[in-house]
Design a protein around this ligand. Structure first.
Ligand code: GDG
Length: 542
């Protein structure tokens, strides 16, 4: 068991909020309501009675034609579910303990049906603990703000893919509008009570300043989940000034790594010419101090480890092992959103090289790739999917036979129960990111390795590599080197595997998600108390 666990939220973290209301802000919502067809299999987590109280606002009137067509198609009731993903599952317990308000885009097709006249719904729907305030976005806004500026400009820019970066003025205008829209909703939630606002990620870079203009005394913090690029790259952004000004609306801005903090501070200095204390990590801006700090995110270690050790998982592994696609003595695993930053194509080039260069491993080792569909409306994502699938096909044709294929490729989203079985079963896991803020898959694999028979291969360009130095670190651009490292993992002695994995587990168990939360809120508390802070001031145990 880790020192930091879920009970620390109520005992240690909630008091640091000093009786203010916690208002969390993210693009994605923690609970989604959707219509389901009566014939559809039951896969979601709960039902909502149809015929919720009528609402006569604009959103309800707009949804009328859609509702009529659903009725004609025979759609059934409304179901709610929790979108899978590290972020929402990590932050939901915080909100449950603090009973605050979570402001997010209402993306479910039945979301508008389940909110009250102020666009709020109590969640979890089966055991209400906090308020979800939904923000509505039009299709054009989603295209311009989300697929456009956030994911076709900021995402590639921050991941150093300049050639994929698209800057379009209409996208930028949508990004500004949506950030304003979020700021308005947040300001309403903070109107009559002292509040601490916690903003998430790169979709909402302008929100802090918009909010600060409305309510100068608010306490605002922000966590940026992706890297921040060096000035040489960042400077190409036509709105480089507006973005840093937006983020300087915060009191505290967190990145995963010290390097991303340094990059950000240099950009601030270059763009705005303001005074930056690089050593302390603080910017003086418009008469306020903005603190910039590294907080490497993590996972709920005990949750993954317990799920992995469960009897259900053991039974599931036995069933998986019986499948012909997995009938190999050694299994290598990759789990990623299908995103060009994850280096999946380079990974398979290295796998192809391994099979070419070391014929003795052919037939002994099989590779499983779980590729989760992601941002499929963006060309770059469709192209990388096609490239990957052609490569997997080629490898299977070159090195497979009538009876087996070396690569088992699944383009789908799995339930955590199934995912954990792959994590525990795999003899090695491959994280080959070309650039990655952190990478939670690496940590989930480590937590799930209950028998300690697996090897983690991790890109040195994933933030996770900084804490996971007992992994086999690779440069994903060096295909020959990765092929050799795969061979090393395949041949590693059981004793060495166990020794490395034990050290990895100790590192992840100690620096788990609860420690991450505690570090962030302790830092905010220190800033508010005006206590002098050093460049890195880790939290003591609970
Ligand atoms: C950003 C940054 C940073 C994956 N497949 C399935 C599934 N997953 C879950 C994993 C993991 C998460 O998705 C992916 O985590 P990453 O860290 O790799 O990913 P990004 O989505 O790129 O996130 C990243 C992160 O923010 C947090 O700050 O680490 O650097 O890019 O939790 O478990 N989950 C389920 N089924 C799947 O098939 N249920």
């Amino acid at each position: 068991m880790s020192i930091w666990n879920a009970s620390c939220i109520a005992e240690q973290i909630a008091p640091l909020l000093r009786d203010t209301r916690l208002v969390l802000v993210s693009n994605r919502e923690p609970y989604v309501h959707r219509w389901h067809r009566q014939t559809a299999p039951e896969s979601s987590h709960g039902e909502v009675p149809v015929g919720s109280p009528p609402r006569w606002d604009l959103a309800w009137v707009r949804s009328l034609p859609d509702r009529v067509s659903r009725l004609l198609r025979g759609d059934g009731g409304i179901r709610w579910s929790r979108p899978a993903g590290g972020l929402t599952s990590a932050l939901d317990p915080v909100m449950q303990a603090c009973h605050g308000v979570w402001v997010a885009w209402g993306s479910g097709n039945a979301d508008a049906e389940t909110v009250d006249a102020r666009n709020r719904v109590q969640v979890p729907p089966n055991n209400p603990q906090y308020t979800l305030r939904r923000v509505w976005l039009s299709d054009a806004q989603v295209r311009g703000f989300y697929y456009g500026f956030a994911n076709s400009a900021l995402w590639p820019l921050c991941h150093l893919h300049l050639e994929r970066t698209v800057f379009k003025a209409p996208h930028w205008r949508h990004y500004q509008d949506v950030n304003q829209h979020f700021a308005e909703a947040v300001a309403e939630e903070c109107a009559r009570v002292p509040a601490t606002v916690w903003i998430q990620d790169y979709q909402l870079a302008l929100c802090p300043a918009y909010l600060r203009q409305r309510q100068p005394d608010l306490s605002i913090l922000h966590f940026w989940h992706i890297p921040w690029p060096p000035w040489e790259l960042y400077r190409v952004c036509p709105w480089r000034r507006e973005l840093v000004e937006g983020l300087l609306g915060n009191d505290l801005l967190g990145f995963h790594l010290e390097q991303y903090c340094k990059n950000f501070l240099e950009c601030v200095e270059r763009v705005l010419g303001v005074s930056v204390d690089h050593k302390a990590g603080v910017v003086e801006y418009e008469g306020r101090e903005v603190w910039v700090r590294p907080f490497p995110i993590s996972i709920d270690y005990d949750w993954w480890s317990n799920l992995a050790s469960s009897r259900r998982t053991t039974r599931r592994i036995a069933r998986l092992r019986a499948r012909p696609e997995l009938a190999f003595p050694i299994i290598g695993l990759g789990v990623d959103r299908l995103d060009y930053t994850k280096g999946i194509v380079s990974r398979f080039e290295a796998i192809e090289r391994l099979l070419e260069k070391y014929p003795e491993v052919r037939g002994r080792v099989g590779f499983v790739q779980i590729a989760v569909p992601s941002r499929t409306q963006i060309d770059e994502y469709r192209q990388v999917k096609e490239q990957l699938e052609a490569l997997v096909d080629r490898i299977n044709k070159r090195f497979g036979s009538e009876t087996f294929q070396p690569v088992y490729y699944r383009y789908e989203h799995l339930e955590p129960n199934e995912l954990v079985a792959y994590y525990r079963m795999a003899d090695f896991a491959m994280v080959t990111s070309l650039h990655d803020g952190m990478n939670l898959v690496a940590k989930e694999y480590v937590a799930s390795q209950v028998e300690r028979r697996g090897v983690l291969i991790c890109s040195e360009f994933a933030g996770a590599a900084e804490q996971l130095d007992n992994a086999l670190l690779i440069n994903p651009y060096d295909i020959e080197g990765v092929a050799d490292t795969l061979k090393q993992a395949i041949e590693m002695a059981a004793e060495e595997k166990s020794r490395r994995m034990a050290r990895l587990q100790a590192a992840v168990a100690e620096h788990n998600i609860y420690k991450w939360l505690a570090d962030i809120f302790t830092e905010l508390d220190r800033i508010q108390r005006g206590a002098h802070v050093t460049a890195s001031s880790p939290t003591d145990g609970p």
